[in-house]
Ligand binder design. Structure first.
Ligand SMILES: O=C(O)C1=C[C@@H](OP(=O)(O)O)[C@@H](O)[C@H](O)C1
Ligand SMILES: C=C(OP(=O)(O)O)C(=O)O
Length: 422
């Protein structure tokens, strides 16, 4: 799909952000592990959460859409898994959260995926599985594992992906023995581990988190629960940036102002750049602002990288991004992808392995065709910036938004942008 974004927003806009993808994965998984039926409200509906639900069903969880919410019945008998391949789509979270859990079946489990998923690093699990004498076979197209994953000590690197820690946190409470996870610093994306622990606590699971050491008592049971998923701060970030850089305010509904999501930091990062973001009664109003460069640490909010790169082109002076290396191992190399596309728009960006610098303020030159790099966050970040261009901008591969935000372009129109689907 190609979309054309026309310059200037026609009106002030108002959007309601979708449910958090990260929290939706987590509530679906903890419901599938519970003994009984959980009722979930406002679960994100996108390709990634669909992948998680599909895999949980293949492992034996029940799912039924009812008038009062999504009913998830926990897996009763792990050994009833009949060996069907678990297709994780392009979702790193689905794959990394479910590898140790699916191993609980005790049977050989085969995972597959699409896009770049099967090329994204799994070395952390590979080492842990080999150390424990468990099968871990990684090929270009699929991955095979066999458990069960025992309780005990797990020592792992903290700067590849926090998703390995989350996967172990879901699994180890079910092991017979107590466990300890020791994280080798630098420890990045800890915000996501805390989010996992928040959901585990709501399922009656006890975890003792002492930073680089996490203790997990064994033999625990997940409790079914009724939950409502809060709004997605990673998606709100696109509209927060839009309101601040593109001349007319945007009212954003659905943000939990007390959220623990790492990407809630977008509000303070934009404020640090001079942005005006007002909070009132569950509503955030992002107002046109004069931005200036600063240092932005992506350690706990890697998914904000692309949209902040876009916003930084509209800030006076230099914006420096640090702890950005993990952006290279997402759906695309998000640093290279943004550097390539922002350069087409006339912006100035330079990067190193773990950092990037953008010099602004740049007048955005339209009339170009941009590549979405099969990455939802690249497409959405470019679409936001394209609203500031001096002539229309076309984005190819815009369908990538379905990974996390199928209604993104509808909402961008609600925010006052002029968008045409070609
Ligand atoms: O746990 C999660 O929900 C996520 C963790 C982060 O990944 P890393 O831990 O690999 O940085 C983030 O980039 C991803 O989009 C979602
Ligand atoms: C990187 C992302 O997700 P995942 O790692 O789950 O594929 C993302 O949503 O930006």
């Amino acid at each position: 799909m190609r979309v054309k974004i026309f310059p200037g927003r026609t009106s002030e806009g108002e959007v309601t952000i979708p449910a958090s993808k990260s929290l939706s994965h987590r509530v679906l998984i903890s419901a599938a592990l519970a003994e009984g039926t959980s009722v979930l409200h406002h679960v994100a509906d996108n390709q990634d959460t669909e992948a998680t639900l599909r895999c949980l069903k293949a492992l034996g969880a029940g799912s039924e859409k009812a008038a009062d919410g999504l009913h998830i019945t926990g897996i009763r008998d792990w050994s009833s898994y009949e060996g069907s391949v678990l297709d994780c789509g392009e979702s790193g979270s689905t794959l990394r959260f479910l590898i140790p859990l699916a191993a609980m079946t005790g049977k050989v489990v085969t995972f597959t995926g699409h896009g770049k998923l099967m090329q994204r690093p799994q070395s952390v699990y590979e080492e842990l599985f080999r150390e424990k004498g468990l099968l871990f076979e990684k090929k270009d197209e699929f991955l095979r594992v066999q458990g069960p994953v025992p309780g005990g000590e797990y020592v792992l690197k903290g700067d590849v992906s926090s998703q390995f820690i989350t996967g172990l946190l879901f699994t180890l409470p079910l092991a017979e023995k107590d466990s300890v996870i020791r994280i080798i610093p630098p420890y990045e994306s800890r915000s996501y581990v805390l989010l996992t622990e928040q959901i585990l606590k709501g399922s009656g699971i006890t975890i003792h988190d002492e930073g680089l050491e996490i203790r997990i008592p064994g033999n625990q049971r997940y409790r079914p629960s009724e939950r409502t998923v809060e709004g997605d701060d990673s998606q709100a970030a696109f509209f927060e940036a839009l309101g601040v850089i593109s001349g007319k305010p945007v009212c954003i509904h659905g943000i939990n102002l007390e959220s623990m999501q790492g990407d809630h930091a977008m509000l303070d990062i934009l404020r640090k750049m001079g942005g005006s973001l007002k909070e009132m009664d569950g509503l955030v109003i992002a107002e046109p602002s004069v931005l200036h460069g600063t240092v932005i640490d992506l350690e706990n909010c890697p998914d904000l990288g692309p949209v902040l790169f876009a916003a930084a082109t509209q800030a006076e002076g230099v914006t420096k991004f640090i702890h950005a290396g993990r952006l290279r191992i997402k759906e695309s190399d998000r640093i290279d992808a943004m550097e390539e596309e922002l350069t087409k728009l006339g912006a100035v960006m330079h990067s190193e392995e773990d950092s990037a610098e953008i010099s602004g303020k740049t007048k955005i030159s339209g009339g170009v065709v941009l590549n979405g790099h099969n990455d939802h966050r690249i497409v959405m970040a470019l679409a936001v910036l394209a609203c500031n261009a001096d002539s229309p901008v076309t984005i190819e591969g815009a369908e990538a938004v379905s990974k996390s935000y199928p209604d993104f372009f509808k909402d961008l129109k609600k925010a006052g942008a002029k968008v045409e689907q070609l």
